[in-house]
Design a protein around this ligand. Structure first.
Ligand code: BG6
Length: 467
């Protein structure tokens, strides 16, 4: 839609996400003129005044802005920040929003960002209803969108009593990453790849997101969440949706959600036998962690999409904390040639199948590995590769961080990169067997690639990482 000024009500304004991503992100997108005007009202449990909130925001921007801070830009931004302690209630919030709307003038939009845990999100929703700030508003929700099917349905039901699905933007920041969107461009902007994007040519797919990070200060959140709920049911399955979906009828929100949801509907409910849960050695002695905690800090699994395109093609997913490397890759392994004409010992096949690999680093990278002839007499084959890195193109000037892109989309009312209630609920349904009968956690040393059983899980194939 047309560019309109925005009032942003930011619940959880002094929280970790707000500090690391949202305030620095808002500073950037308002500063470079993506929106014609903006006022931000911070809300949280902290008893701050506006000056205190501006100070908090300044520290957040200093520490986490990825760009140089221009003092004039900062002064203009600080001016737009207001703060309402939660304890002051709906009336004070309403008054602050009215002040902001008056300052911005006619035709502004309203966006409520609920950067708080689910229980707090529901009370924020009730507060917004009480303040009369529902109609004409959009609302951004943060994960977790429930902890299982039942709680997800309950959460959505409660939400829908106040906001319609059209008003709700459920954020999954992996979909805001440039390289994730590039999957769509790559698949549907070219005639070359889509014909081989199916079970006739693809042997298996890996979505592998190891992290070196530990818990930081998030042990309370993490203990109750674990790697599966934190990463798989949200980010990794959403990426799988982009990889596996049919071409949508148009590059628009409804057709894209429809195709992604069809993938989720075709997913076979997970078999606990195909899941490896891990916990790093030492997790149980971290501050805030139960001494006998059963929370997984690692998960690897095999899943299937039972439709014409993907029947029989395993998708292997892996992610975890305190692993050997931080990577985010999607790797497609192609089937071997039907017959080898190369002599025994030529090297063909010795280094695994041909791969197409997407790297979801900050700027897209891709590589295609294949066999080719090693120079010299005779016929010896070696694994060669073609590489693409967006960095080398010089086209990275306008890069938006994932959160910036998604906030901007929500401001414009564009649902393309957001998830739906239906999709989320189906993913919980697919997860039910594992949530109900989780396999035991296996310990793994920090700095490793996870418990040993990950190799059995993927055999006779092998994990693509480490390169
Ligand atoms: C978050 C998870 O959603 O994503 C974190 O809660 C995880 O545990 C993070 O570390 C990874 O995001 P990114 O963008 O750093 O890969």
């Amino acid at each position: 839609g047309p560019k309109r000024p925005q009032v942003v009500v930011l619940f959880g304004a002094t929280g970790d996400l707000s500090r690391r991503k949202l305030l620095p992100g808002l500073f950037h997108i308002t500063g470079v003129g993506f929106i014609p005007g903006c006022r931000i009202i911070g809300v949280s449990l902290d008893e701050l005044d506006t000056a205190g909130f501006r100070q908090f925001a300044r520290e957040a921007v200093d520490q986490f802005s990825t760009r140089k801070i221009d003092e004039a830009d900062w002064a203009a931004f600080a001016e737009t920040l207001d703060y309402v302690p939660l304890a002051q209630g709906a009336g004070a919030l309403r008054a602050a929003v009215e002040r902001a709307e008056q300052a911005l003038g006619e035709g502004c939009r309203r966006l409520h960002y609920l950067s708080v845990p689910p229980a707090a999100a529901l009370s924020a929703v009730r507060m917004l209803a009480e303040a009369g700030l529902v109609e004409g508003s959009q609302i951004i929700m943060e994960k977790p969108f429930g902890t299982d099917l039942e709680s997800a349905v309950a959460l959505n039901t409660k939400l829908h009593e106040v906001f319609s699905e059209r008003q709700i933007f459920r954020i999954d920041h992996f979909l805001g990453k440039e390289p994730a969107q590039n999957i769509l461009a790559f698949r549907f902007g070219n005639g070359l790849f889509e014909p081989i994007w199916n079970r006739n040519f693809i042997d298996h797919v890996q979505i592998d997101v190891p992290e070196t990070l530990g818990l930081g200060k998030r042990s309370a959140f993490y203990e109750a969440t674990g790697a599966y709920r934190d990463m798989v049911v949200t980010h990794l399955f959403q990426i799988l949706g982009f990889m596996a979906m049919e071409p949508p009828t148009a590059l628009a929100p409804a057709p894209i959600s429809e195709e992604k949801n069809k993938v989720f509907r075709s997913m076979v409910p997970l078999d606990p036998k195909d899941v490896v849960r891990g916990q790093y050695v030492g997790y149980r002695s971290e501050e805030g962690v139960e001494p006998e905690s059963d929370t997984e800090t690692f998960i690897a699994l095999k899943c299937f999409i039972d439709n014409w395109r993907w029947a029989g093609v395993p998708f292997f997913l892996r992610t975890g904390k305190r692993l050997a490397e931080g990577q985010r890759i999607i790797s497609i392994a192609f089937r071997e040639p039907p017959k080898s004409m190369f002599p025994q010992g030529s090297g063909v096949g010795a280094q695994g199948p041909d791969h197409l690999t997407f790297d979801l680093a900050d700027a897209s990278k891709m590589s295609l590995s294949f066999y080719g002839k090693r120079p010299g007499p005779g016929m010896r084959l070696d694994k060669l590769s073609m590489q693409f890195a967006m960095h080398d193109t010089g086209m990275i000037g306008d890069v938006l961080e994932a959160y910036e892109r998604l906030i901007l989309d929500a401001m414009r009312g564009d649902h393309t990169l957001f998830t739906t209630a239906e999709g989320i609920e189906r993913l919980w349904e697919v997860s039910t067997p594992v949530l109900q009968a989780p396999p035991p956690v296996r310990l793994y040393p920090t700095g490793s690639w996870g418990p040993k059983s990950i190799h059995q899980l993927i055999a006779p194939h092998a994990w693509r990482l480490p390169f």
